[in-house]
Design a binder for this molecule. Sequence first.
Ligand code: GLA
Length: 739
Amino acid sequence: MLKNFLIVATLSGAVMASAQPAAAHFDTQSKVFRLDGGGTTYAFGVNARGELQQIYWGGHLAETDAIPWAVPMRAWASFDSSHTTTPEEYAGWGAGLFVEPALKITFADGNRDLVLHYESHTTIANGVDVVLKDIERKIYVTLHYTIDLQTGILARSATIENREAAPVTVEQAAAAAWALPPAHYTLNYLTGRWAGEWNLTEEPLRPGVRVIESRRGSTSHQANPWFAIQSGESSEEHGEVWFGALAWSGSWRITVEQDQLDAVRVTGGFNPFDFGYVLHPRERLETPVFYAGYSPDGLGGASRLLHSFELHNVLPRTAATASASTPKPRPVIYNSWEATEFNVDEAGQIALAEKAAALGVDRFVMDDGWFGQRKNDHAGLGDWYVNSQKFPHGLKPLIDRVHALGMDFGLWVEPEMVNPDSDLYRKHPDWALNFPGRPRSEERNQLVLNLARDDVRDYVLGFLDKLLNENDIAFLKWDYNRNWSEPGWDQLPAAEQKKVYVQFTRNLYSILAELRRKHPNVEIESCSGGGGRVDLGILRYTDEVWPSDNTDPFDRLTIQDGFTYAYTPQVMMAWVTDSPHWMNKRTTSLSYRMLSSMQGSLGIGANINHWTPEEMALAKRLIAAYHEVQPTIVQGELYRLISPRNGSEFSATQTVRADKGQSVVFAFIHSTQEGRGFPILKLKGLDSATQYAFTSIEGKAKPGTPAVASGAWWMNHGLEMDDAFRGDFQAVAFRLDRK
Ligand code: GLA
């Protein structure tokens, strides 16, 4: 089979003969495509009717294994014809299809029947482009497939082209559909709300459709575009898992469907709700990318593959790390928001910067309040000039002081928003998303600018570029503090106005790309009132995200646990803030707060003006200890040893450096009950034969273990915590280093 396909076309168009088996193969006899990468094989082919049909997705098959057409087109009765039960790779709505279509189109003459058949294909580096065409009309769909050779994660998207003489309206366009054969499965997805994001929601898959979506114009706190489907026997570290993540920061939808013959199909892409994209003759519509992968090692194995893929293939690089295989660990930041809120000024920020520098912080970030007439959240958004009452000499004196203290400087912006009380709105009221003559719903006293418009796009890019040209800014915290309402775009003909759902997000990405091109060392955080805009689309342009406005260290354990199912700790910013916590009124020790945040990319967001010398000394010591092991924590292999979910009294995580030479463990007690001690912690992922030395990080953990023991000992015997590790909101952390 392989001999048919040893010619590999590279992305640049060069064709090379490869002595190695290629990642993509096509068997001309059986018309089967096969993609191999990591531990995964994915196969699909052209069936007798000419449709593209999925055949296999799972553990890697031997290269000598032919993949025959063993999978018949499934049919049961006249009610369940093979048109609807065949797992098509990308089904048009037509010909008796009742399951979720990938593509639904209305033609100019009212015809809505679309039947896509295989037309041709071209191989590309580590993948293939397959062209489908309607059986009669000139609608062409190119399906793009690539597979990552390390993780086996597939990237799929589609380009839809209208070569008809008249316009057509695309009413529904998925990036991809993924299929699994009939079996018992559990679906996992991430849900939440403001200050309560990242709840892992698990449920058995049942006949019918589970819809995971955002209709809000952006990714949302309520649901995140990620799924994982476990086979019946699968758990955190064992069993088969199929998972995926959609790279789109606008309205999106993933449907997980079990059909009448118990087969499963996952379809994801633009949210079809209120969707309608007019394609004029020769125009094309590109869908987002839908990534998906397979792990035989449970949800833990799935998230380790995703983390590695994100680090190596998704996250952007700065000029300084352009050729590095992974981005740098994030600088430890100080952020002024919870200390000063809108009351920022030169003297106050400098005082905080001096304290932050004394802690060993790398980056000082000034949050909201520095621009326009921004005294509170009622005014100023849109007016991106420095407020001269708060900063009479501009930002330079503050930035110079921050640099002199050995830190770089970051700034908060919320570019896509406008307060009606702003010069920008008074000048351009038509720039806000709205339906003319209808009310404009404000949230947090603000409206959303219609970034889909070219003039708005140019304005936003222009002021950000100017800000970065005029000030030595290393980092932008890019916020987005509401969702859409009344998403009108009345500059376009009525039939075209729904393009806003695509063009807004495309312009957002193009602004981010252009800023990074012009300012190649600037780093950006995606924040949306916490974790409202976290997805693999925005993460191509942003270096980190703010997972939640909820900084309570105990709540954060669950938030961070949920977050890591889909996203790497590298991008998971985690601040230490004040106690009692502003939202939960919970009182916790500084050590507990620090250790909770040290599970991700550490930041300090407290009012450090009020910290005692003892607190300053403790934070300084722990920041230094964190710096030493940060690469292992944020880029190592993560094992969620004990989950904090479902009312657990305990939780623990472990990360292991890629070379297995170092490991870091965090363990937390919520509240000791009935005298129960911490369970024995059996570590994972170490090298059995290597000797590892134990060092406490926070300085109090003294487990009943030897100072040095083999990987086998830590993994098989495991470690018993000191009997004194009891109480409420307690935390310990330690590191193991190869001797
Ligand atoms: C959002 C962010 C906060 C802070 C405020 C400022 O809520 O999530 O971290 O930046 O905006 O207004």
